[in-house]
Design a protein around this ligand. Structure first.
Ligand code: ARG
Length: 245
């Protein structure tokens, strides 16, 4: 009798702690393999595995919300989401409006073209059409270095809400190249008929973003990140999503 009651109490406690645990809404832009993408109708990827692992160590629940990359910061600001994890580069501009965790990844920008084309880095110059994802650091790089300096006409920059559309446009010939983060370009080059023809060394670091001033959540995320690294869970995720296919 006593034992059953104890078991009952433990079960009750477990139920309560999961029910009472805070649920944070995590925003992402699921067009960025291997960081975040859709597989068999599910949101998967390194970033989502990472935030799940952090949530587990810190004892909160998460709910994933997929949106356009350039909606993530506005959504954080107004409180539609609590956390943004989307291979998001820590930049001075973004740091003015959101707070970032410690860096967890690094990237440069790559230029990709169709595999069967003869383009080189010179695809960036002249009359070619260059695709980017709206509001990304690739977009900023092209705008600053090519458009503002007069190398590329503004109308030749094609902005897409999603990399899925940018890739489609590249493959069907609507555009000549796409500028995007190196780890994602490399993944696309493994699974799609595209190749990397240049690396633009931008030295970016990815961070997890929270609303400005949400120090409690930021502290939890940084503590979780540290634990996930120390426990070897991070290495497992790297192997799962970046290991040789
Ligand atoms: N790292 C780049 C940036 O922060 C691109 C991120 C795009 N992420 C995505 N999930 N589509 O601007």
């Amino acid at each position: 009798m006593k034992k059953t009651f104890l078991v009952f109490l433990i079960v009750l406690g477990l139920v309560f702690s999961t029910v009472l645990a805070t649920t944070y809404v995590v925003g992402t832009s699921a067009d960025f393999p291997p960081f975040e993408y859709v597989q068999n109708g599910k949101y998967v990827g390194f970033d989502l595995g990472l935030i799940k692992a952090i949530a587990k160590t810190e004892g909160f629940n998460i709910q994933i919300r997929d949106m356009a990359f350039d909606s993530l910061i506005p959504a954080l600001k107004v409180g539609v989401i609590d956390i943004a994890i989307a291979g998001m580069t820590i930049t001075k501009e973004r740091e003015k409006v959101v707070d970032f965790s410690n860096p967890y990844w690094f990237a440069d920008q790559d230029v990709i073209v169709r595999k069967n084309s003869n383009y080189t880095v010179t695809v960036l110059f002249g009359k070619h059409k260059i695709g980017v994802q709206t509001g990304t650091t690739g977009d900023l790089w092209v705008t600053k270095n090519l458009v503002k300096s007069g190398i590329l006409k503004a109308s030749n920059v094609k902005r897409y809400q999603s990399f899925i559309y940018a890739l489609e446009a590249l493959l069907n010939g609507a555009i000549n190249a796409v500028v995007l983060d190196s780890p994602v370009a490399e993944r696309f080059a493994q699974v799609k008929p595209v190749k990397v023809v240049a690396v633009l060394v931008t030295g970016e670091h990815y961070g997890i973003a929270v609303r400005k001033g949400n120090t409690k959540l930021l502290r939890e995320i940084n503590a979780g990140l540290k634990k996930v690294k120390a426990s070897g869970e991070m290495a497992k995720l790297i192997d799962k999503y970046f290991g040789k296919k």
